[in-house]
Design a protein around this ligand. Structure first.
Ligand code: ADP
Ligand code: MG
Length: 236
């Protein structure tokens, strides 16, 4: 628990797609914050693709972050950390519809505020990308706007990332959100050559943001934002 005079901090981790490394990056950030002595906790507002364990749905992304952070929250906090859990691995709006549930942004916001009051920092991981639908009308972008959080964008480093990353940045910036920067994460084995190096520079130039870190395939989550291991030779 944090005392009232501790400065609060939260951020929203989004990505250009599903599978780009949002969970890995969120877990890395949490681990760094906690190693620095900060009372930081994770939140996954909408989790699809949950597994069933002992009759309860387990949110895999939240689970990964909790393990990386060495946290074992109680039942009530767990419910706030993952307020909406669904079994099918599909878009949140579809999973919710199939379960007969309408995802409510106020419900998510109340859970977030409780976590934020109780802790120094909250690292929120969105589902999929910026315009992933949450219900018939609203998307993850609406949730980010409602929570008014600065955003970190996780993207692929290689071929194809420029369009996805610049599109996502354009939408975030036009919505008036603060973009903290981009992390390029290599979720699959591969080279790091001239394309990846140029992508870093091009995203910074055309996206008007910093590429804060590059996480190579297989690098431990703890190494994120450790400049010695994230600095790519010939890169940023
Ligand atoms: N830097 C990395 N090195 C090795 N595996 C990675 C890396 N980043 C992601 N992965 C793997 O790729 C998959 C997708 O990553 P994840 O963080 O779950 O993406 P997202 O949260 O965006 O869906 C996971 O199996 C994860 O372990
Ligand atoms: Mg994830």
């Amino acid at each position: 628990m944090s005392s009232p005079d501790v400065k609060k901090f939260a951020l929203f981790v989004t990505g250009t797609d599903t599978g780009v490394g949002k969970t890995r990056v969120a877990a890395g950030l949490l681990a760094r914050f906690r190693a620095a002595g900060m009372d930081a906790v994770p939140m996954k507002p909408v989790q699809t693709g949950c597994r069933l364990a002992k009759g309860r749905l387990v949110a895999p992304d939240l689970d990964f972050c909790l393990r990386a952070a060495g946290l074992k929250p109680g039942k009530r906090e767990l419910a706030d950390m993952a307020p909406y859990c669904f079994r099918p691995a599909c878009s949140p709006h579809l999973a919710a519809k199939e379960a007969g549930v309408t995802l409510s942004l106020p419900v998510i916001e109340r859970a977030f505020r409780r976590l934020s009051r109780a802790h120094e920092a909250v690292v929120v991981e969105g589902a999929g990308g910026v315009l992933v639908p949450l219900n018939e009308r609203q998307t993850t972008l609406d949730l980010m706007i409602r929570l008014r959080l600065p955003v970190l964008l996780v993207a692929r480093p290689g071929l194809g990332t420029l369009n996805h990353t610049l599109l996502s940045l354009r939408v975030l910036q036009e919505a008036g959100l603060t973009v903290l920067g981009v992390v390029l994460n290599q979720a699959k084995p591969g080279r790091w050559g001239r394309i990846e190096v140029d992508n870093c520079r091009t995203i910074e130039r055309l996206g008007g943001v910093k590429v804060l870190g590059c996480l190579r395939y297989g690098a431990g989550v703890q190494s994120l934002f450790d400049t010695r291991s994230t600095r790519v030779p010939g890169g940023i």
